[in-house]
Design a protein around this ligand. Structure first.
Ligand SMILES: C[S@@+](CC[C@H](N)C(=O)[O-])C[C@H]1O[C@@H](n2cnc3c(N)ncnc32)[C@H](O)[C@@H]1O
Length: 256
């Protein structure tokens, strides 16, 4: 009992040294980690002192209706991305086939496969390590998703009713929150002012969508206008943008 009390105190002290009283929510999450007392407390304190994201310290994180193993090989699933899932779930869409481009932890593909159990769901990522975690996450969430290592559409040979993607879209030259340095660069940054990967995904999407199919992308609020133009130029109809939790236009979809 005394030992566990000491461990909690040691972690709390390390936390307060790193964050003061500014981020009590993170401490709360950490102290509620079920197997905390069996873990290497010294290592945890070191990670706290580096200000490693709490999700990586804990090693798993909730996203929509699932729990996901996370480590520094994949982007931490973000609450704003849940808006994309929520919108699709509450829409009229009944896709029979879904493709998730840049799946990372697998969170989008896995949650959509639970919402549409009859749909076939494929998911690609360029990172072998990401695909390996995504496969584990699919197993832990009892989801049926086919994972492919692919540079965007390169290994994709089918057409889909729905393509979704949360690709890297930040410009590297802009100063961002320090905690991003713990996440894989290739998951976050893209060339051409952050638009390079979005452009590739949009410009080839017609070849991989069934007629009437939908493409649904996450992007930065600043990219909204450009993305809408790209959708229009590529021949998509009913181009619509959706706001994130902070009321910023963060997602755009269009119909073929
Ligand atoms: C912003 S993360 C999104 C991860 C996950 N879908 C999510 O929403 O949390 C972007 C993902 O795209 C992958 N990626 C980057 N470039 C890629 C490429 N050329 N082809 C396929 N995937 C790529 C990264 O490895 C990363 O997993």
């Amino acid at each position: 009992m005394k030992n566990s009390h000491n461990k909690f105190t040691t972690i709390t002290d390390a936390w307060r040294n790193a964050y003061g009283k500014d981020y009590e929510e993170g401490l709360h999450f950490l102290l509620n980690t079920s197997d905390l007392l069996e873990r290497d407390i010294e290592r945890i304190c070191l990670e706290i002192s580096e200000k490693r994201p709490i999700q990586y310290i804990i090693g798993n994180w909730d996203f929509y209706n699932g729990n996901y193993e996370v480590n520094s090989d994949i982007l931490i699933p973000r609450p704003e991305t849940e808006t994309l899932i929520e919108h699709i779930e509450n829409s009229e869409l009944q896709p029979k086939s879904i493709l998730d481009l840049g799946t990372g932890s697998g969170c989008i593909a896995i949650e959509l496969s639970k919402i549409f159990p009859k749909a076939t769901v494929d998911a690609v990522d360029l990172s072998i390590r990401a695909i390996s975690i995504a496969k584990k996450n699919a197993k832990n969430n009892n989801a049926r998703v086919r994972f492919l290592i692919s540079n965007w559409y390169q290994k994709v040979s089918l057409k889909y009713d729905l393509i979704v993607s949360n690709p890297p879209y930040l410009d590297k030259s802009v100063n961002f929150n320090d905690s991003l340095k713990f996440e894989p660069e290739e998951a976050i940054f893209s060339g051409e002012n952050g638009l390079k990967d979005l452009r590739i995904i949009i410009s080839h999407s017609k070849n991989y969508l069934n007629y009437g199919g939908i493409i649904f992308l996450e992007h930065s609020p600043e990219q909204n206008k450009i993305i809408r133009n790209l959708f229009n130029k590529s021949g998509f109809r009913d181009v619509t943008s959706i706001k994130d939790l902070k009321r910023r236009e963060r997602f755009t979809f269009g119909k073929l």
